[in-house]
Design a protein around this ligand. Structure first.
Ligand code: FAD
Length: 288
């Protein structure tokens, strides 16, 4: 299974679990629209500490019931091994075969001593392999612009390598808007002997204030010229969407032309921005 996964470009769509039944109904419509272009799989995020545990299960079930290949995210921080084991067995029995394995971030209010039994993602990957062998194709996170808590780029890369050595099959990156950061990171990985596919994560731009807040927290850099242009548009959402589309389209084009093994779209549960990119990039399944 893994060979097949590793040779064709992998295009995937990330969703988050809605908070309300109405949100779930809306998501079902979004999924239907996104699934029309036949991505390789959808992934569903997971709140660290298990805060979205049941909602992530429900969202995964919604997708699986439609026969869609689905990868739940699973974060280990604040969880016990027994909890992780239970979740893995639930997914295995639902025929889930792909997992995005993460550390997660401690919810505010939790102290450094509340990390749980698995403190870092490499320990989670090792735990998944110990508990379930080769059942799951494991994706891990990668940071072309360096994880915000890492002591430095070199050490972050060394920690990334530990996740791969623990048994990760592929990686998805944090989003970024500078293609050079991605290519330099992939080159550094190859020099360090890391051979797994590293799929760039791409975040469509639709709302500047939210994006700026989120980027500051997760360490993704918005290039100054992009930020300044977006700021100038103020509340003019149409212009933000239009300019954002051009910026992200050009980023995707450079990534694909430069040999990226696919793209993971952070859809934010919205079909239109991702489908427009998909179509304008001429990706497989796009309308002529
Ligand atoms: P790790 O790989 O464990 O790294 C975390 C930090 O610790 C880094 O700074 C690293 O340099 C350092 N480190 C790693 N190993 C060690 C070690 N052994 N000793 C000391 N330091 C170490 N968050 C969620 O809560 N839910 C989600 O669904 C979710 N999905 C995501 C999907 C993707 C594709 C990405 C890129 C991120 C996602 N996140 C999610 C965010 C992620 O949980 C955070 O970025 C988190 O801070 C780090 O997770 P990680 O798995 O990369 O951690």
């Amino acid at each position: 299974m893994n060979d097949e996964i590793n040779t064709r470009p992998v295009y995937s769509f990330e969703l988050f679990p809605p908070k309300t039944p109405q949100g779930m109904t809306k998501l079902a419509d979004t999924v239907q629209r996104l699934n029309a272009v036949a991505p390789r799989y959808f992934s569903v995020t997971y709140g660290a500490g298990g805060s979205t545990r049941e909602r992530t299960f429900e969202t995964v079930a919604l997708l699986r019931d439609r026969g869609i290949d689905t990868a739940p995210h699973l974060s280990c921080i604040g969880s016990t091994r027994a909890e992780i084991r239970d979740i893995l067995h639930r997914y295995r029995s639902r025929n889930i075969r792909r997992i995005v394995a993460l550390r997660g971030d401690l919810p505010s209010g939790m102290g450094a001593t509340d990390t749980g039994e698995l403190a870092y993602a490499n320990e989670l990957v090792a735990c998944i392999r110990e508990e379930t062998g080769a059942t799951f194709h494991i994706e891990v996170a990668a940071y072309p612009e360096v994880h915000p808590q890492a002591p430095g780029a070199k050490q972050d890369l060394a920690y990334f390598k530990q996740k791969v050595e623990a048994g990760a099959d592929a990686a998805i990156t944090q989003y970024f808007y500078n293609a050079d950061a991605y290519f330099a990171f992939v080159a550094a990985c190859r020099r360090a002997g890391i051979g797994i596919p590293i799929v760039p994560g791409v975040m469509p731009i639709t709302n500047y204030s939210k994006l700026a807040r989120f980027s500051a927290a997760c360490g993704a850099e918005i290039p100054r010229w992009v930020g300044k242009r977006l700021e100038d548009y103020g509340d003019d959402m149409d212009s933000i969407r239009e300019f954002g589309h051009q910026v992200v389209w050009d980023l995707c084009r450079r990534l694909i032309e430069g040999g990226a093994p696919g793209i993971h779209f952070y859809t934010m549960n919205q079909a239109a921005p991702t489908l427009r990119l998909w179509q304008d990039l001429g990706l497989p399944g796009a309308e002529p």
